[in-house]
Write a protein that binds this ligand. Structure first.
Ligand SMILES: Nc1ncnc2c1ncn2[C@@H]1O[C@H](COP(=O)(O)OP(=O)(O)OP(=O)(O)O)[C@@H](O)[C@H]1O
Length: 351
């Protein structure tokens, strides 16, 4: 186990800055997700940590030692990528043992370590099978066993579950978290799947255009997104842009929104409100004294199984409201509805 520290790292390809001045502490034994849209620099950062390429400037420390000029094989890192390739003609046992065999580890030691790691990934008894005799999730677990059999100090995972279908992916997320906790290895996960980042991580870093926009626990980023981008990328968000008048956000159309955040007086500001924080209320419903209230036009109701998603608009601002399925009100598209939410759920973000 070891912490990984990236300090002021930049990486350019020609004139193109793929990473600009990135500093992140990946704490010892934690699971940190790098989240961001395609091209934001996630894989580039992972490759620098692994040692597949070197930064232009900045430092990378693993367990306190500078590694940014060390080759891959000197860094003691386990890796699992989306296109993990198992050797198709080799058994599960040989696939997992391969790395130890080429390092001349003795047979008894190999047998013990393979047995232990197969037990950890719940594949005891599968050692004689070939990859084509396994399910997708089982193959993924063999790949994971192969990545951790060296007892690496750090585990790097690049979109490890994206090839799996949804049900399998959810199951593997739980497995991955359990295994990661059990061996306590510092893990860095690259994903563009926000749900995966929220469920799995101790900490999330949001990247965009090669810059680290925000980092924090999943809850911190979800509840307190710093930017409109982070609010929309991690979860769904309603964004209100308006003028700040007497501490409230005045929208085109007349509604005034209150927030517990200090809005910049006299200027414009943008606030985000999560769709599940908004309720559709009856005209005579008694509301908190600082509630925000607005009338919006209902465009559509989308049935999503356990929830109902109301699509609305206020002026030209598109809005979403998520409600539990049992709360279904008798509403029809085209009608005006009254929305209400707490001032505390109106979060000031950078536009
Ligand atoms: N070897 C390279 N040569 C030139 N440009 C590169 C190279 N590798 C990456 N890039 C560019 O750097 C940027 C960041 O790429 P990177 O693969 O890190 O993004 P990413 O966030 O992992 O994206 P994705 O989610 O699509 O994998 C992209 O614009 C990409 O085109």
């Amino acid at each position: 186990m070891a912490s990984v520290t990236v300090s002021h790292v930049t990486k350019s390809f020609g004139n193109f800055p793929a990473l600009s001045d990135i500093s992140i502490d990946f704490s010892d034994g934690g699971l940190y997700s790098l989240l961001g849209p395609s091209g934001s620099g996630k894989t580039t950062l992972l490759r620098l940590i692994a040692g597949f390429s070197f930064p232009n400037t900045g430092e990378i420390h693993i367990g306190g030692s500078a590694v940014e000029r060390l080759p891959v094989e000197k860094r003691n890192i386990g890796m699992m990528f989306q296109n993990y390739a198992l050797f198709p003609n080799m058994s599960v046992y040989d696939n997992v043992a391969f790395g130890l065999m080429v390092r001349d580890t003795n047979k008894e030691e190999i047998s013990k370590r393979v047995g232990d790691v197969l037990e950890l990934v719940r594949l005891t008894g599968y050692d004689r099978r070939k990859p084509h005799e396994l399910s997708g999730g089982q193959r993924q677990r063999v790949a994971l066993a192969r990545a951790i059999i060296f007892r690496p100090k750090v585990l790097l995972l690049d979109e490890p579950l994206s090839a799996l279908d949804k049900a399998l992916r959810l199951g593997m997320q739980v497995e991955l978290k359990r295994i990661q906790r059990e061996i306590g290895v510092t893990t860095i996960l690259v994903t563009h799947d926000q749900e995966e980042a929220l469920t799995l991580s101790d900490k999330v870093g949001v990247l965009k255009d090669g810059k680290l926009l925000q980092e924090g626990t999943p809850r911190e980023i979800y509840e307190r997104p710093a930017t409109a981008f982070a609010a929309s990328f991690l979860g769904d968000a309603n964004l209100f842009k308006g003028r700040v008048v007497s501490g409230a956000l005045e929208l085109d159309g007349g509604s005034c929104l209150r927030s517990l955040d200090v809005l910049p007086e006299g200027g414009t500001a943008t606030c985000a409100v999560r769709p599940e924080k908004i309720s559709i209320v009856a005209d005579d419903e008694v509301l908190a004294s600082d509630a925000n209230v607005m009338e919006a036009r209902l465009d559509d109701i989308v049935f999503a199984g356990n929830s109902l998603n109301y699509l609305l608009h206020y002026g030209d601002i598109p809005l979403q409201v998520f409600a539990q399925n049992h709360e279904a009100a008798e509403l029809v598209p085209g009608q005006l509805v009254k929305l209400a939410w707490y001032a505390r759920d109106t979060i000031l973000v950078e536009a």
